[in-house]
Design a protein around this ligand. Sequence first.
Ligand SMILES: Nc1nc2c(c(=O)[nH]1)N[C@H]1C(S)=C(S)[C@@H](COP(=O)(O)O)O[C@H]1N2
Ligand SMILES: [Mo]
Length: 321
Amino acid sequence: MLIRVPDRAAQPLASEITPAPVYRNRRLLLQALAASAAVGTGLAAHGSDGAAALKATPSTVPGALTMEKPTAREDATHYNNFYEFGTDKSDPARYAGKLRTDPWSVEIDGLVHKPGRFALEDLLRLAPMEERIYRLRCVEGWSMVIPWIGYSLAQLLERVQPMGSARFVEFTTLADADTMPGVRGRVLDWPYTEGLRLDEALHPLALLAFGMYGEVLPRQNGAPLRVVVPWKYGFKSAKSLVRIRLLEQRPATAWNKAVPREYGFYSNVNPAVDHPRWSQATERRIGEDGLLAKRRPTLPFNGYEAQVGPLYAGMDLRRDY
Ligand SMILES: Nc1nc2c(c(=O)[nH]1)N[C@H]1C(S)=C(S)[C@@H](COP(=O)(O)O)O[C@H]1N2
Ligand SMILES: [Mo]
């Protein structure tokens, strides 16, 4: 097992597990120094609960390291959408503790030459772990900046060798009524599924994430592995993945099935196309609220247009929302 709960005394210093890009401005450097001082006094770095550290090196993928200040870990782990655990933002942190993430495996099938069931241990070793600091924009109008750890989804997809006929990728996530109270209700048609066009899934920014903030993913954020597609609304980034299937036809996706008029298949972040019930022009950054905090403008493709814009050349993004 690569992931095990480490002996507290053997935990690395925050300076070893907090990658260099996080130090890029003075304010962050001071925070990091405070965190390493906390280790010296026996308190856990990151204010976290002793989760296993996950080493990573800063990503060299263009666009992968936003310079924006990361959201506080406490906010990113206590303000979540993970409807399998309930619809309240605090439900995932409250109820996800029961999720069993060991053993875990992911079935990869459909139009691939090398289908199979991949154990988490093998997925953790498949490619070097990179830190990527991505903006995450929820379709509800809020955003965060999260330092993820993982590698490009393309590295896994290339391993299974998609057939020439494969055009789409479907993601299926865990639906376990015993440990996930939300799955007993009917908010969505479980299991949660999502999908991407194959060329989107192969874009180097599409991330298969195993960790965040220097540690393995907390359960409420999609342990033990999830997708993160930073240029799309957050619901495209499926948590707690159990199956990846390559298809010729576009797969059905959970939110599109539930409310097709509101949630399209593409769901690229687009300030020019409003949700039928609210504007998408601006967003609230979590942790920066308060009466005087200004909403910030939402950027096309969530700020990743330079990297991913060419994927959509010639498309009408009002029709293909
Ligand atoms: N399986 C599953 N994945 C999911 C969701 C969910 O309800 N179930 N919610 C999505 C939504 S709406 C968002 S905004 C992001 C939130 O990720 P975070 O809690 O790690 O910030 O997860 C996405 N992935
Ligand atoms: Mo979301």
